[in-house]
Design a protein. Structure first.
Lengths: 113, 115
């Protein structure tokens, strides 16, 4: 199963509303990153939060990290139609002698104008 | 500076054939990773190369292989293609190894269809 899993898998909101996506992971991490992907395109890095950080902001994005619950959330405030995309969290963890970065299945966000 | 470039963007292959995909990282980036993305499985990590050495690998069969050249450009090869190999293959580069918290920059991907 995935190291990181986003929730919900799909989210539909009206323009102007806030969108919240969650990511849960299983093992200890050093960093957690959020990415965005427009349909069929490459992923674009949004924000990185380190394990010793609890909250970070970037424009309309707010990311929180709760290492005790092994979870993170991405909040997009005042959403726009252009925010329609899939959002992925990526976590790094140690497995089988390797330090790996893995992505979840993603949350598909639709912002209705 | 130019982003991560992947070629070809689209290709169709027949079962049993082999395919080679190419990736040119951002100038100055030494790490190149490859991912397979399918609707059902999401993004699956294939392998990561850093300074021409494979540093990490995912859980894919030996039919999937890769290499990195001295100029950091990378290729991945899939032999004996199966229908299930149809996917978007994404290449990503970063300055250092991805597990060190370096931002990963993705290319647009190569769409592979196996018929």
């Amino acid at each position: 199963s995935q190291q990181g899993e986003e929730d919900p898998q799909a989210l539909s909101i009206q323009e102007g509303e806030n969108a919240t996506m969650n990511c849960s992971y299983k093992t200890s991490i050093n960093n957690l990153q959020w990415y965005r992907q427009n349909s069929g395109r490459g992923l674009v890095h949004l924000i990185l939060i380190r394990s010793n950080e609890r909250e970070k902001h970037s424009g309309r994005l707010r990311v929180t990290l709760d290492t005790s619950k092994k979870s993170s959330s991405l909040l997009i405030t005042a959403s726009r139609a252009a925010d329609t995309a899939s959002y992925f969290c990526a976590t790094d963890f140690h497995s089988g002698g390797y330090q790996k970065v893995t992505f979840g299945i993603g949350t598909k966000l639709q912002v209705i104008p | 500076k130019a982003g991560v470039t992947q070629t070809p963007r689209y290709l169709i292959k027949t079962r049993g054939q082999q395919v080679t995909l190419s990736c040119s990282p951002i100038s100055g980036h030494r790490s190149v990773s490859w991912y397979q993305q399918t609707p059902g499985q999401g993004l699956q990590f294939l392998f990561e190369y850093f300074s021409e050495t494979q540093r990490n690998k995912g859980n894919f069969p030996g039919r999937f292989s890769g290499r990195q050249f001295s100029n950091s450009r990378s290729e991945m090869n899939v032999s004996t293609l199966e229908l299930g190999d149809s996917a978007l293959y994404l290449c990503a580069s970063s300055q250092g190894q991805t597990s060190s918290g370096n931002t990963i920059y993705f290319g647009e991907g190569s769409w592979l269809t196996v018929v």
